[in-house]
Write a protein that binds this ligand. Structure first.
Ligand SMILES: C[S@@+](CC[C@H](N)C(=O)[O-])C[C@H]1O[C@@H](n2cnc3c(N)ncnc32)[C@H](O)[C@@H]1O
Length: 282
């Protein structure tokens, strides 16, 4: 850690770093990801150059869905999702950073012109407090690409609760983020550079999955996991994963006697099975 650096809070460090990264590409924040090249054609260079993602959760979107992207940055994931959900779907990007929002909002009319329809909008908020900008149960799919790790530890529980709140029953979250193979020690947590660089705030891999379950999600499944770590810092391996988690009905799951689909279906406490596509359960 550089002791001559002025003390700033992790949130200020994130704001400052991503304000700079919105105007000038920062290579250290990039994690190589392959996207569908056909979908990239519609996206202006200014957006593509300032891509700070670590996965592609948008490939799990479906036609007609309402998608919410948390920490949308310059808007790349939103513009990819926009083309997948098509003119009957819509996409909302949320970010707290004015410079990032400015790039994304500038690009939106150009993307709409190139694809022939406009279904993307960008709203300003902190993703751990979406209430002012996203109503309850209004979203089919929440995506996020390399952002959850940037939220303060004390706000992470609220963040998962917000993801759960905005999803409709049967909706899902597909999140790409950086995780670690061990707990990140205090000195690394206190380093604003490592914090804003998607290192210090990384979840331990198992704790990431557990955070969804604690927020009331079910069927949490690892969809993708980088075999080779993105970075190793002080012996701790940091890699990108993509996870899906489903929102079901609140309260007990009562089996009413109808057959239950069992694909990727975890057993509930009551002994019934819940899974994607379940009808009378969850
Ligand atoms: C690593 S970049 C990822 C941007 C984008 N998802 C991508 O794939 O290029 C992190 C983004 O999350 C935003 N961000 C970080 N913490 C946030 C928070 N608590 N609320 C809203 N936005 C946040 C930053 O402003 C920045 O645009």
């Amino acid at each position: 850690m550089d002791e001559t650096r002025p003390l700033v809070s992790p949130e200020e460090a994130v704001r400052e770093r991503y304000s700079r990264a919105a105007t000038q590409r920062e290579a250290a924040l990039c994690c190589p990801v392959s996207y569908d090249p056909k979908l990239l054609e519609a996206i202006p260079a200014e957006v593509l150059e300032r891509d700070y993602g670590c996965g592609d959760p948008t490939r799990y979107a479906r036609e007609g869905e309402t998608v919410l992207d948390l920490g949308s940055g310059t808007g790349k994931a939103c513009f990819l999702a926009s083309q997948i959900v098509g003119p009957t779907g819509r996409v909302i990007g949320v970010d707290m950073n004015d410079e990032m929002l400015a790039v994304a909002r500038r690009a939106a009319p150009e993307v709409a012109r190139r694809i022939g329809f406009g279904n993307v909008e960008f709203r300003k908020a902190r993703i751990q407090d979406l209430r002012p900008v996203v109503p309850d149960g209004s979203v089919d799919l929440v995506v996020s690409n390399c952002v959850l790790n940037l939220v303060q530890p004390e706000a992470k529980k609220a963040l998962f609760a917000e993801i759960h709140r905005v999803l409709r029953r049967g909706g899902r979250a597909v999140i790409s983020d950086i995780v670690s193979d061990r707990d990140v020690p205090e000195p690394l947590m206190a380093d604003p550079e490592l914090w804003s660089g998607c290192i210090s705030g990384a979840f331990r891999e198992d704790a990431f999955v557990q955070a969804f379950e604690e927020a009331g999600f079910y069927g949490t499944t690892l969809l993708e996991r980088q075999a080779k770590p993105w970075r190793v810092v002080e012996g701790i391996a940091f890699r990108s994963v993509t996870v899906v988690a489903y929102k079901g009905k609140e309260g007990a799951c009562l089996d009413r006697g109808s057959p239950q689909p069992v694909d990727a279906a975890p057993a509930t406490e009551e002994g019934t099975t819940c899974g994607p596509g379940s009808s009378s359960c969850c």
